[in-house]
Ligand binder design. Structure first.
Ligand code: 5GP
Ligand code: ZN
Length: 117
């Protein structure tokens, strides 16, 4: 199942090329671009081309889109030369989600402590 772009969704507009972004990798089902406010030397966002508000909703509405995100995360890591990296899906404003189009943060290139501070 796929979903239609949402007109006022920033990441739908980035996927459509209506808002400029710096591409890192791309596939039929997902798109990866640099975060505008990086929190690490590598900070890339990987989004499905279909709209879903968060990870869990994406898994239900478009499992193939979720798989495409996971595959592109691996491609980003290889392209950026990351042996270790963190993948984060914030869900809900209380967890820091500000854009309600599912996205993986791929963060790397610096020491990443666990558990996060
Ligand atoms: P969230 O806070 O929803 O987990 O992540 C949203 C991310 O989108 C933030 O890290 C923020 O810096 C990034 N972001 C917000 N607006 C833009 C934009 O216009 N372009 C890009 N490339 N990233 C953006
Ligand atoms: Zn969207």
């Amino acid at each position: 199942m796929t979903t239609s772009p949402v007109a006022d969704c920033l990441f739908c507009r980035i996927v459509a090329g209506e808002v400029p972004s710096t591409e890192v990798a791309s596939s039929a089902g997902a798109y990866a671009f640099r975060d505008i406010d990086p929190k690490a030397p590598t900070h890339v966002l990987v989004v499905p081309r279909t709209h879903a508000p968060d990870l869990a909703a994406l898994a239900v509405a478009d499992p193939a889109g979720l798989a495409a995100v996971g595959e592109l995360v691996g491609e980003v890591a290889r392209a950026e030369g990351l042996e270790a990296y963190r993948t984060v899906f914030n869900t809900g404003a209380g967890a820091g989600q500000t854009v309600f189009h599912a996205h993986a943060h791929v963060i790397g290139g610096r020491d990443l402590g666990w558990p996060p501070g």
